[in-house]
Design a protein around this ligand. Structure first.
Ligand code: GLY
Length: 581
């Protein structure tokens, strides 16, 4: 069989493929939000408004990112947090880029085998529910460092909106209720969590009712008054440590006192002339997005077309190879020598391309390295200000509502990020990720993440801000939004809404959202040896939040005259909003 794919793989691939005329295919998507001075895209409409207000009041994108981060901890408790951690990618107006790692660290008393029984089998639920699942939270330290180093506003100004939303309450809309549903059963088991997130009669809240979080308001006020010490050295840390000790956890005061944010050099790569800046280890996100993009640069995806069997085959094979590297080679850079330069090398991408058959699916188990999940609830927000400073933040409690526990008196939901470690090499985690020793548990170590807050520039100017929740799918969700804009000519809203596919090496399956692939495309792929299926466990694949600069799509930008900032929140979930001014 001679395919268009075989013809093109023999081309040298730096063809100016993105100049092939492209038509927009997904006019069913709503128009992106448009604005001239600033744009905030987050998973909850009130948090987006908080960010816009900060920008309007003269704050920069980092100020807005800090205020939105605290606000989401109140209005989007499924993933927004002060009891979890995350990453912030920053591109300043002068082109300088940096990355803040405020992800959770393993407690000092943690051990490599802490989730195994005496027969070395994983004890189900131990890394997911309750205090033993909790990593030392980093969000408060991360937001404070960001504000001090790159922001312009006082702490109380950025915490004020979150405190008011927690103290006075906010009216719940349908999107909030939808996001609460996943947590109700688990939260009912923890008295302190149930007292906040369920009504006094034990029933869930309904649309139009008001959620008040008095304890959280007090915790946030403490941070506003006294800074990070109030959280890490004061009453909040004491309350969390006490609750942990009372309920079988291992958190100690020293864990909180020792917590430090890392400022790291972001991962950088170039895809068809676009400069990508994304998350370095301890995230796998940036490295793996770049590795996949480097492989895909060798195929004319624009010509092969969105959703064609040839495009999907190339994407799947690139994902297969990259996720082997993700799951076997990457870990916390303070503990593991990450082979980042090899994985980002275009020559390595070429080697991978040479192994990919244009006719046949690869076989994942043949790629098993020697010696050898996430909940869907993380959240991403994208911000750009009038001066062109851009910020991408992905932060999380890991599972929906994290470990499902609130330390009494704090209002702080705690994460279950420990599940992102390898509990046992070769055994899948919550996201079905089969990982190795590089990501084994050790005291003070950070579990490997997939979070990929990404900023793209072109010719020295910001072009796109993008990221998503979605566990191990964060990488492919973010990747596909980028491909949809750059290769398939979609506008930012269409690029985010377009149905997705995902492959993560193991299980050896091409997962697709309903309608992502036509029946005949599925047939071609299955004839090539791919197992293609809709994943019934994943009703919502992420909630990407993106901004495109200079127009809503590439053709809009090329024509000139498009809006300066074009924001899009994923249509898959209903509580978010892209808001500009
Ligand atoms: N817990 C989601 C991630 O960090 O990838």
């Amino acid at each position: 069989m001679q395919t268009r794919f075989t013809t093109v793989v023999s081309f040298t691939v730096s063809l100016a493929l993105s100049t092939i005329p492209i038509t927009t295919a997904f006019a069913a998507s709503p128009e992106p939000a448009k604005a001239e001075h600033g744009m905030v895209v987050s998973a909850q409409h009130l948090a987006s408004q908080v960010g816009v207000d900060v920008l309007k009041n003269g704050g920069n994108a980092v100020d807005a990112a800090v205020a939105v981060g605290y606000a989401l901890a109140v209005v989007y408790p499924t993933a927004g947090n002060v009891g979890g951690g995350g990453f912030m990618t920053i591109r300043l107006k002068d082109g300088k880029t940096t990355f803040l790692d405020f992800r959770e660290r393993a407690p000092l008393a943690s051990t490599k085998t802490m989730y195994l029984d005496d027969k070395s089998n994983i004890v189900k639920g131990l890394s997911l529910d309750g205090y033993l699942a909790v990593g030392v939270p980093g969000s408060v330290a991360g937001f404070e460092l960001a504000r001090e180093k790159y922001g312009t506003k006082k702490r109380e100004e950025l915490l004020g909106p979150a405190i008011r939303l927690a103290r006075d309450g906010f009216e719940l809309v349908q999107g909030d209720i939808n996001s609460f549903k996943a947590g109700n059963k688990r939260l009912a088991k923890d008295p302190a969590a149930a007292a906040i997130f369920l009504k006094p009669d034990g029933k869930p809240y309904a649309v139009g009712e008001t959620l008040v979080q008095t304890d959280l308001a007090a915790t946030l006020s403490g941070i506003s008054d006294k800074g990070t010490d109030s959280f890490y050295k004061g009453a909040t840390a004491d309350a969390i440590v006490k609750a942990s000790q009372d309920k079988g956890g291992i958190l100690a005061k020293q864990d909180f006192e020792q917590y430090k944010v890392r400022e790291l050099e972001p991962v950088k790569c170039n895809y068809r002339g676009y400069d990508i800046v994304s998350s370095p280890p301890p995230s796998s996100g940036g490295v793996i997005i770049c590795e996949i993009l480097n492989v895909l640069e060798g195929y004319p995806l624009s010509y092969l077309g969105y959703g064609s069997a040839e495009t999907v085959h190339a994407m799947v094979e690139a994902m297969r190879y990259a996720y082997v590297d993700r799951n076997s080679a990457l870990g916390d850079p303070d503990f593991v020598d990450n082979p980042v330069s090899k994985l980002l090398d275009k020559a390595y991408a070429k080697e991978i391309r040479e192994k990919i058959s244009p006719f046949k699916a690869g076989v994942s188990k043949e790629l098993m390295p020697k010696g050898l999940g996430e909940s869907h609830e993380t959240t991403h927000y994208s911000i750009i200000d009038d001066e062109g400073n851009a910020v991408a933040v992905t932060y999380t409690l890991n599972g929906s509502f994290g470990a499902g526990v609130v330390a009494p008196g704090t209002g702080v939901l705690l994460n279950n990020e420990m599940d992102d470690f390898t509990s046992k090499p070769g055994v899948p985690n919550l996201y079905g990720l089969v990982q190795g020793e590089a990501n084994a548990i050790a005291p003070k170590k950070t579990p490997l993440s997939s979070m990929s807050p990404t900023i793209i520039s072109k010719d020295g100017k910001p072009f796109m801000v993008i990221g998503s929740p979605g566990g191990s799918r964060i990488i492919t969700i973010t990747l596909e939004a980028i491909l949809n804009v750059i290769d398939h000519g979609m506008n930012i809203q269409e690029a985010i809404d377009a149905p997705r596919i995902h492959h993560q090496w193991l299980p050896d399956k091409v997962y697709m959202e309903p309608y992502a692939l036509s029946a005949d495309t599925r047939k071609v792929l299955s004839d090539m040896g791919h197992t293609v299926q809709i994943d019934k466990d994943w009703s919502i694949w992420g909630q990407a939040a993106g901004i495109l600069v200079g127009g809503a799509s590439l053709s809009d930008i090329e024509r000139g005259g498009g809006a300066r900032y074009n924001g899009a929140i994923d249509s898959r979930a209903s509580s978010g909003e892209a808001k500009g001014y």
